[in-house]
Design a protein. Structure first.
Length: 277
């Protein structure tokens, strides 16, 4: 079933070319899988093996065989290409609005946009629920619960996440510092952090350089670091004691924050409970 060169595709474009170019001979059931993954790449990026198999109308073992037919160890390894595609599939805001104006907005206005964004948010949260390692989540909450002060680091689209975490932690009586001053004093702020504190850094593709730098500086200072990010290849992972993965869906390039906010609030509530216990 596999071409002579059995090395797996390096990216989604190569995978698509290999399938469309007839370089891989597939039996009927695996051709069914190929049709599904090419037609619904976002669902493949966000879904679990069981859910994708159900929606594709095949057994989970067929997904594993499909990945192996392309040179991967299994389906999960191949799925990483779909997640990379989703992370890198970023257009500028003018392009996104043009697509909407010639599509959904032109046809049925705000209702279709709401439907699309709700669908993206729902898939993101469902994927988070199904994929999150609960033991790792508990370890992150325990680590943060021990901190004297929790430093919250996020920029650009991640800043609303850390801002809300700061607000919620403050109302729960947990001392925290939101890093993100208009005065440009953030390096001085994080310089006060020590091993008795902890930090949460949030960043997604394209990763904010300052968030990565501050996370690295905190780790060097012995400050325990929890990262919320979108890939094991995120630069935050190298310095984090624990990292938690979030894959967000989007609607015409407008990416949801629903799963990230859900994970952030889970951490806040759990760590506050651990401190009170």
């Amino acid at each position: 079933m596999v071409e002579d060169d059995a090395s797996p595709p390096r990216n989604f474009a190569e995978l698509k070319e290999r399938l469309s170019g007839g370089q891989v001979r597939l039996p009927k059931r695996l051709r069914q899988v190929a049709g599904f993954v090419m037609a619904r790449p976002d669902d493949v990026a966000l879904g679990t093996t069981a859910r994708i198999a159900e929606e594709a109308g095949v057994q989970p073992s067929a997904l594993v065989r499909f990945g192996q037919a392309l040179g991967f160890a299994g389906f999960t390894d191949m799925q990483a290409l779909f997640r990379e595609r989703l992370r890198n599939h970023v257009s500028n805001y003018d392009e996104r609005m043009l697509a909407l104006r010639t599509g959904e907005l032109a046809k049925s206005g705000a209702g279709s946009v709401l439907d699309g964004l709700c669908t993206a948010a729902g898939k993101s949260v469902s994927g988070l629920h199904e994929r999150t390692d609960l033991d790792l989540l508990d370890k992150a909450a325990n680590l943060l619960a021990k901190a004297q002060t929790i430093y919250l680091i996020g920029q650009r689209r991640s800043f609303p996440v850390t801002s809300y975490m700061s607000y919620a932690l403050g109302n729960l009586g947990v001392r925290n510092t939101l890093v993100g001053s208009a005065m440009g004093t953030d390096p001085e702020t994080i310089s006060f952090a020590g091993p008795g504190d902890a930090a949460i850094a949030v960043s997604f593709t394209p990763y904010a350089p300052a968030t990565v730098e501050w996370g690295r500086n905190l780790a060097k200072a012995g400050v325990p670091l929890v990262a919320i990010t979108d890939s094991p290849f995120s630069p935050l992972c190298a310095d984090a004691d624990i990292w938690l993965e979030v894959v967000e869906g989007d609607f015409r390039g407008f990416r949801s924050l629903a799963a990230t906010m859900t994970l952030a609030l889970t951490l806040v509530v759990t760590l506050a409970d651990r401190r009170g216990g």
